[in-house]
Ligand binder design. Structure first.
Ligand code: PMP
Ligand code: GLN
Length: 388
């Protein structure tokens, strides 16, 4: 069997969710909300199954969704996309990532990645024959410098994979960092594969800046989005790609043999949802921000050193300051003995590991968060007594 996949561990999200089910733990690991998601969007999907068209939709996505995607990004990001040549619907952002990576990378091409890297990136790059060049970001800022980029970009760089807002760190990069990265892409003639699935889940009045908004990047950016995140419906797996026609043509060829298409009822519902007024997006953000604040206050009150979260469903704590030095051991004990699942951030490093950062998902009801906090307090008291 293929050596890359046979050597891979099962992804940490599945490992932790399985343990959470087995131990009946509170699952603050894998990122999914307790809230069932907007009822109007779900109703339209249900009606479309009963009364709509349920045969293969077109390979690039149904026309009304491609138009809705173009309209949505014109409204929110001021980006002009041609729905016929620059927009494609995929089965989740995960499929979009595979399509973009397989479409863009030739064996031997170098690919710049930032650690912590979302779980799918590195295996897909390796499977495409890419040679990873890794930048290790450090808490609590998780920023990169000109020197960091100069150390990994070269004339062999074909692409950079950039996740903004960044999962698991919860950072929302500002224009200065985005432009710094853009300047390296232009200098080395590299493509930016931009995973922007968290674009709407950002807090404290921030605005998401898409790489597509940077004029020098318009022709060299592959933007990836996910309706799963925009509508808090993570199981739906409806993703999207936006890219200039020359890039899109090739990514579409890759997509045609990954999934080819995506369930039509979900496409109809997402097309409707993307047209929702500003109020939906503001209310969604405010609700997650309130949960973030409640959970972070609870963590801080219990002495956890919280690394601020600017976006995503996640907040991180640095257990090093509690005298604990192994995030994997901590998370294993936490789920097995104390009934809380979390994610050890070292799982997202292939080298130069950061080993004391633990990610929690706060997109939960107050009752779930409060119960989780109580168990965490007990766990840390016990683990500090005995050493993790
Ligand atoms: N990229 C990032 C950064 C994510 O956090 C996720 C899901 N949490 C995905 C991609 C995958 O999205 P989807 O479920 O639409 O495949
Ligand atoms: N992206 C989700 C998270 O960060 C998990 C997605 C998955 O399980 N593949 O928790």
């Amino acid at each position: 069997m293929n050596k890359i996949f046979s050597a891979l561990p099962t992804t940490i999200f599945e490992v932790m969710s399985s343990l959470a089910r087995e131990k009946q733990a509170i699952n603050l690991g894998q990122g999914f909300p307790d809230d069932p998601g907007p009822q109007d969007v779900r109703r339209i999907a249900a009606e479309a199954v009963l009364d709509g068209y349920n045969q293969y939709p077109s390979m690039m996505g149904i026309p009304e969704l491609r138009q809705a995607i173009a309209d949505h990004y014109r409204r929110f990001q001021g980006v002009d996309l041609n729905p016929l040549t620059e927009v494609m619907v995929t089965s989740g952002a995960t499929e979009a990532l595979a399509g973009a990576i397989f479409g863009a990378i030739e064996p031997g091409d170098e690919v710049v990645l930032f650690q912590p890297t979302y779980d799918a990136y590195l295996p897909l790059v390796l499977r495409a024959g890419g040679v990873p060049r890794l930048v290790a970001l450090q808490p609590p800022q998780w920023t990169f410098t000109q020197a960091d980029l100069a150390a990994v970009f070269s004339p062999r760089t074909r692409a950079v994979i950039f996740n903004n807002p960044l999962n698991p760190s919860g950072v929302v990069y500002e224009r200065e960092q985005i432009e710094l990265l853009a300047s390296f892409c232009a200098r080395f003639d590299a493509i930016a594969i931009c995973d922007e699935v968290w674009e709407h889940v950002i807090f404290d009045g921030r605005r998401h800046i898409s790489m597509l908004e940077i004029p020098s990047m318009r022709e060299r950016t592959i933007k990836i989005g996910s309706a799963g995140k925009i509508f808090s419906l993570t199981g739906w797996k409806v993703g999207l790609v936006a890219a200039a026609p020359a890039l899109m043509k090739v990514i579409a060829k890759s997509h045609q043999f990954l999934t080819f298409t995506t369930p039509p009822n979900l496409q109809v519902a997402v097309a409707y949802g993307l047209g929702k007024d500003e109020d939906y997006f503001t209310t969604m953000r405010a609700s997650f921000q309130r949960s973030r604040d409640r959970f972070c206050a609870g963590l801080a009150a219990r002495g956890f050193p919280v690394i601020p979260s600017q976006g995503t469903y996640f907040v991180n704590v640095d257990i090093g300051a509690l005298g604990l030095d192994d995030d994997v051991a901590f998370c294993t004990q936490l789920v097995e003995r104390f009934g809380v699942a979390a994610i050890p951030v070292s799982a997202f490093y292939a080298q130069d590991h950061v080993r004391t950062v633990v990610r929690f998902c706060f997109a939960k009801t107050d009752a779930t968060l409060d119960a989780g906090l109580e168990r965490l307090e007990h766990a840390v008291a016990e683990l500090r007594k005995g050493g993790a």
